[in-house]
Design a protein around this ligand. Structure first.
Ligand code: PA5
Length: 476
């Protein structure tokens, strides 16, 4: 129901639930004992209190995003301005500047939306997320540049992949449209004050949006970074934020049995302590497939750290894996059931897939086929999820399920916020900084060195020394 999120009863019915039954010993031999969870509660409370204190002191900028009214207004106004002018929007960005947009757009628009005939006031969105020459050339070749808007997104304003995409596109636009007209085809989303892209915006006068201060890429899905492309696609972004705010309200509970993020982080932490430190996110819903890479970035970059908060070398982390049901039942499940017992599976189940497709009754004499007649494909998908949960449980392999009643902006907002808060709590439990990414920065610096950026000569020399060590005898 459009705008349903304004009604309390609707919101309550549409709440995302975290079901951890199949993590526990009453369902899974070797699963978690309730006593173990009870023993973790004081530590969870400590994490919760730290989080609440940071929220209160406004030290968690990403958690303010569901309430950022001025940003919402500016984002909606700009989307409104461009929607009738263009058919396609191409996001030029990578990592946190691309993955949330894919998850949001593909979650709420059918998979083929990006190439169907443009609808009134609904732009098609394409996320480049690559400098692969064949893919990028292919994407640009399919577009009518005169009807295409490019959203250049980079918090730092100098990520090489994004900036090279931008320079290629700018050149093509300049040649096609001329030095004045081309500018309307670019919207820049970057830091409000610093960075090369901000300087370019100031010099060129491109339309722009800001990545709020202190919001790092993997926590930016509820900012203009993803909300602007989503609004251009006709997605109700106020509803997405309402979902996040509703989850925020539930995450304000101190009791883990009432707080979905605390419970989720708590069971995954205990499971990791039992040696199951790999977390597989497995939605049984194709529109949610892009949630996997977004989740992987969020958990990998937030939790994988060399040092703890006191500077001690710890090399901690949780390894995320993206899977999709039911396809991966026929690809990876064998390993999860019989291979090393080192994984926790997190399913995402959508109760009502929103599209009905009933298998026709036929071959009534053939028992191995006829039982399918009359089954709805959405119901079959959910049966497969339940069967997989049980197959894992029978093998002593625990799993959790995040249940969404329907797939809409309100659900997506809850999902994003739930997983973000759970990641911050997990970081607290692991005693690592959730918001830095020194390992990633190192790779960026070395790329600068290799590509010849001024000031990165030291990195260039380092890479060259390393390349010189590559001896032919180790290459086949
Ligand atoms: O989470 C992060 O901060 C990173 O993954 C970034 O999103 C990614 O490196 C892109 O950075 P930027 O937005 O500065 O171009």
């Amino acid at each position: 129901m459009a705008g349903g999120y304004r009604q309390k009863r609707w919101r309550e019915a549409e709440r995302v639930r975290v079901d951890v039954n199949a993590m526990m010993s009453h369902m899974v031999e070797g699963g978690l004992q309730e006593a173990a969870l009870a023993a973790l509660v004081p530590r969870l409370l400590e994490a919760y209190t730290g989080l609440a204190r940071q929220r209160h002191a406004r030290l968690l900028p990403f958690a303010e995003l569901p309430y950022a009214k001025a940003e919402l207004k500016r984002t909606l106004a700009l989307a409104e301005e461009v929607r009738d002018e263009f058919d396609d929007l191409v996001v030029l960005g990578i990592g946190g500047s691309a993955l949330g947009t894919r998850a949001l757009y593909e979650g709420l628009r059918p998979i083929d939306h990006a190439w169907r005939a443009p609808l009134n006031s609904e732009m098609r969105v394409h996320v480049a997320d690559t400098v692969d020459p064949a893919s990028f050339t292919g994407l640009l070749g399919r577009l009518d540049l005169r009807r295409t808007l490019f959203n250049v997104i980079s918090k730092s304003g100098d990520t090489p992949e994004t900036m090279s995409q931008f320079l290629v596109v700018r050149d093509a636009l300049l040649r096609d449209l001329g030095a004045v007209a081309y500018k309307r085809h670019i919207v820049v989303t970057t830091d409000a004050a610093g960075g090369a892209l901000r300087q370019i915006v100031n010099d060129e006068g491109f339309r722009d949006l800001a990545v709020p201060a202190g919001v790092v890429g993997r926590f930016s899905v509820l900012s203009a970074v993803s909300l602007f492309p989503a609004a251009c696609a006709g997605i109700d972004i106020a509803e997405v934020l309402a979902g996040a705010a509703d989850m925020d309200e539930r995450c304000a509970e101190a009791d883990p049995w009432r707080n979905p993020a605390l419970l989720h982080a708590g069971v995954l932490h205990l499971s990791a302590q039992q040696g199951r430190g790999i977390v597989v996110l497995m939605p049984y819903s194709n529109p949610l497939q892009a949630l996997g890479p977004w989740f992987c970035q969020l958990w990998a970059e937030t939790l994988g750290k060399a040092h703890d908060l006191h500077g001690a070398a710890v090399h901690r982390g949780v390894t995320p894996i993206a899977a999709i049901g039911p396809s991966d039942q026929h690809a990876q499940l064998q390993l999860w059931v019989e291979g090393p017992d080192d994984k926790t599976i997190v399913f995402v189940r959508v109760e009502d897939h929103g599209t009905e497709l009933t298998v026709p009754k036929s071959y009534e004499d053939l028992e191995s086929v006829s039982y399918l007649g009359g089954l709805d494909l959405g119901a079959l998908t959910n049966m497969e999820q339940q069967a997989t949960e049980l197959a894992l449980a029978k093998a002593g392999r625990p799993s959790a399920t995040i249940v969404c009643p329907h797939l809409h902006g309100f659900a997506l907002g809850q999902l994003f916020y739930l997983l973000e808060i759970a990641a911050v709590i997990m970081a607290d439990l692991l005693a690592v900084d959730p918001f830095d990414q020194p390992g990633l920065e190192e790779g960026k610096q070395l790329t600068y060195g290799l590509a010849g950026r001024a000031g990165a000569e030291g990195c260039r020399a380092e890479v060259q020394r390393s390349l010189a060590k590559k001896e032919v005898r180790y290459v086949v």
